[in-house]
Design a protein around this ligand. Structure first.
Ligand code: AHG
Ligand code: MN
Ligand code: MN
Length: 336
């Protein structure tokens, strides 16, 4: 219809998130449309939060909110803003019956008892980077509820275990804003085009390289790490690997997913059970990494997705990334 020269001056814009969801409807668990709508609701909240983040510095939304969250950590204003935006979008969307948020101690009932899903969310990941213009993110995990639709959900809907996730993903607000998610059939990423206000498919069926040369951890805690982690880090140094650590899990994870690498948050003396939260940090990223051909574990004999949770805010050690690098770490663990 058009000549090659004509095509060249108006290149196609690509596949929007909406079109992708429609085209892949069959790949969504239970394929009845509600999960697709839920992902659209998350994408909408992501656009709003992205706008707030981009305005940070111009309006009064940088800095502390003057309160602590359930983890006893100081809340930043953007923590609170992102929490409000995501919860509102999920409530208004109608598909979600209850939400667990890092920022709220108790389960949030949306009033949509006919919704088939529950969501666990870290609305703003990497809070310490907000004030300094460094990448931050959002992480989410979606379950199909096990309590009867029509009744009020219970904590059991959230404690099904990582293998029961129906979908999971994250948004990285970085040099560009990107939404990455999986529904059980591979990992795809959508980059936000500001001027059109749309997410476009940018990374199809992502696979993490089998190995890499990046290790990511807070090495300031080195003397508190278990010996096997210390040995592993020494090996990384002797192989001249690159140390890369942003301090935003989403950012560190995303880089390693693209380039190959390993992220470690071991138990420390200060946090003997690990720092990261199982339901809305570890599980969703472990779900993604498995589908991208990597692995995630929390201990020598514990694939993180197999941990049976007992508390919605529980923490866990996390080792996640390229398979061959994690095999080396596992080897050090076995030799202890
Ligand atoms: P959050 O901002 O949601 O509380 O998460 C912070 C997490 C994670 O993003 C990051 O990788 C890690 O904490 C950084 O911890 P350290 O400062 O102890 O390295
Ligand atoms: Mn976090
Ligand atoms: Mn957070």
């Amino acid at each position: 219809m058009y000549t090659p020269d004509e095509e060249k001056i108006a290149v196609p814009v690509g596949t929007t998130l909406d079109r992708f969801i429609k085209q892949h409807q069959q790949a969504f668990p239970h394929a009845s449309g509600e999960l697709s709508q839920l992902l659209r609701d998350i994408a909408l909240a992501a656009k709003v939060v992205n706008r707030e983040i981009n305005r940070a510095g111009l309006v009064d939304i940088i800095g502390g909110f003057g309160s602590a969250n359930v983890q006893g950590e100081n809340q930043q204003k953007l923590d609170v803003i992102a929490d409000i935006r995501f919860i509102r979008a999920l409530k208004n969307g109608g598909e979600v019956a209850a939400i667990v948020s890092e920022e709220k101690e108790n389960i949030i009932f949306t009033g949509n008892d006919h919704g088939k899903y529950v969501v666990a969310i870290d609305p703003l990941d990497g809070s310490s980077n907000i004030d300094v213009n460094v990448s931050i993110g959002t992480i989410f995990s979606i379950y199909r509820r096990i309590t009867p639709v029509g009744s009020q959900p219970t904590i059991e809907d959230f404690l099904q275990g990582g293998r029961k996730q129906a979908a999971a993903g994250y948004i990285l607000y970085g040099s560009s804003t990107i939404l990455v998610f999986a529904t059980g059939h591979g990992v795809n990423a959508f980059t936000y085009e500001h001027s059109l206000g749309e997410f476009f498919l940018s990374h199809k069926n992502m696979q993490i390289p089998l190995t890499g040369n990046i290790y990511s951890c807070n090495e300031g805690n080195y003397y508190e790490f278990p010996e096997y982690v210390q040995k592993y880090i020494t090996n990384c140094k002797s192989k001249r690997y690159a140390a890369r650590y942003i301090g935003s899990l989403v950012g560190d994870f995303h880089r390693n997913l693209l380039k190959g690498g390993v992220y470690l948050y071991p138990p420390t003396k200060k946090t003997p059970v690990g720092k990261l939260r199982l339901l809305y940090e570890c599980y969703p990223l472990a779900y993604l990494i498995e589908q991208a051909g990597g692995q995630a574990f929390s201990d020598i004999d514990r694939d993180i997705l197999d941990i049976k949770p007992t508390d919605v805010h529980q923490r866990s050690p996390l080792y996640i990334g390229s398979t061959e690098m994690l095999d080396d770490l596992h080897h050090e663990m076995r030799n202890e």
